[in-house]
Ligand binder design. Structure first.
Ligand code: NAD
Ligand code: MG
Length: 386
């Protein structure tokens, strides 16, 4: 049977890996809607290649160009936030949510509300609005499949029918490009160094998050929402080879892990084909060649972002929404070389300190909290300016 797929964030790193898999399995998947933010030529080419029904460009100023490029093809076009929502609402079996940042929230929720199966790559959905999102999923009987490699690993080995027998989730972390650098050496880190991840090839924002280890912090928050465990039951373990993608420990002392090459096509394929499996071009694991797998505790003093994210999860309420917004502002400023690398945790911490932590009661409220935190974080940028 053919599965129909809509892909939000088709031009990104996860989007491209998804399309690579769809290309390799002709007849298994049909593409319905594709979205991108500004790369209009690429979006149009993909829409034609995959014979999509709808192509949506986030940046409204590019709509005319999209129309011109797709003229005569019969492919519908749309733009802006309304267009992104249309893409999410367009009938399909599965929506792969791979837009980066809080911009992914509304489109993902739209897909949830029509009961689609959601393959979730976008982290910010659960970090900003985890409680609301999980409630909506349940209310609309929508299935959530985690794309992120750690959560996908846990999903594959978590015995959901006997959740009470799980004692711990162990999220592995590569430690990023600065694992073995001293804190003092991190002062002069440039964006180019920060985005050069040793194991994974990813978009710029998540690469910086991996370098600060905020990424692992966001993943702890996501894991809390995705799996029925308490906050204290989620641990982080540094594992520089990125071979074990995460583990589930059971009360009897058994620990189950999912292993594989560090290639996003593996967890993406697991979601696309679920509950079946499909082949991928990922390099098969050769443990004899790898020889050694090593592990260490994370250094919370060096990677303050990880500590801040855990703290936000414990505080609850609006804290994780604020954390995410402040981090997006900080990472953007760092990538533009406006603030130094070590200012990222400073800015996040300061924004958390000055924010109200009352829990969001609606998605509109999540956006209000998000906007207020962005405003606050931006107002602190001058303090850290280079
Ligand atoms: P990316 O930057 O490579 O791609 C992002 C995509 O979102 C692009 O298609 C872009 O056009 C679109 N986009 C950006 N801003 C937008 C906006 N305002 N409105 C609409 N569309 C917009 O990012 P990525 O690395 O593919 O990551 C996508 C998401 O998946 C992120 O939330 C990331 O944290 C998560 N994720 C990525 C990886 C990975 O290996 N890349 C792994 C796990 C989770
Ligand atoms: Mg991950």
């Amino acid at each position: 049977m053919t599965k129909t797929i809509s892909l939000l964030g088709a031009t990104g790193s996860v989007g491209q890996s998804t399309l690579e898999l769809i290309r390799k399995h002709p007849g298994k998947f049909e593409v319905r809607a594709l979205t991108a933010f500004s790369r209009v030529a690429e979006l149009a080419a993909l829409a034609l290649e995959f014979n999509a029904n709808l192509a949506v460009i986030g940046d409204e100023t590019k709509l005319t160009e999209l129309k011109e490029r797709l003229q005569g093809s019969g492919i519908e076009v749309a733009a802006g936030e309304q267009g992104l929502l249309e893409a999410a609402a367009y009938p399909s079996d599965m929506v792969l949510a791979a837009i980066v940042g809080a911009a992914g929230l509304r489109p993902t929720l739209t897909a949830v509300r029509r009961g689609a199966t959601i393959a979730l790559a976008n982290k910010e959905c659960l970090v900003c609005a985890g409680d609301l999102m999980m409630k909506e999923l349940e209310a609309h009987n929508s299935t959530l499949l985690p794309v992120d490699s750690e959560h996908n690993a846990i999903f594959q080995v978590f015995d959901a029918d006997h959740a009470q027998t799980v004692s711990r989730l162990i999220l592995t972390a590569s430690g990023g490009p600065f694992l073995n650098r001293e804190l003092t050496e991190l002062k002069n880190i440039t964006p180019a160094l920060a985005v050069a991840h040793p194991n994974w090839d990813m978009g710029a924002k998540i690469s910086v998050d991996s370098a600060t280890m905020m990424n692992k912090g966001l993943e702890v928050i996501e894991a809390y929402h995705l799996f029925p465990v308490d906050k204290e039951q989620i641990d982080v373990l540094v594992h520089p080879q990125s071979v074990i993608h995460s583990m589930v420990e059971y009360i009897d002392g058994s620990t189950l892990a999912q292993l594989g090459s560090p290639d996003m096509v593996v967890p993406i394929a697991s979601c696309l084909a679920w509950p079946d499996r499909i082949s991928t071009p990922a390099k098969k694991l050769n443990l004899a060649e790898i020889g050694q797998l090593t592990f260490q505790e994370p250094d919370y003093d060096k990677f303050r972002c990880l500590a801040l994210a855990k703290e936000a999860l414990y505080i609850g309420g609006a804290a994780t929404t604020v954390l995410n917004a402040a981090n997006e502002v900080a990472v953007d400023a760092f990538l533009k070389e406006n603030i130094p690398f070590l200012a990222v945790p400073e800015l996040v911490s300061r924004t958390l300190e000055k924010s109200d932590m009352k829990a969001p009661h609606s998605l509109t409220n999540v956006f209000e909290i998000d906007q207020e935190a962005r405003r606050l974080a931006s107002s602190f940028l001058d303090v850290y300016a280079k």
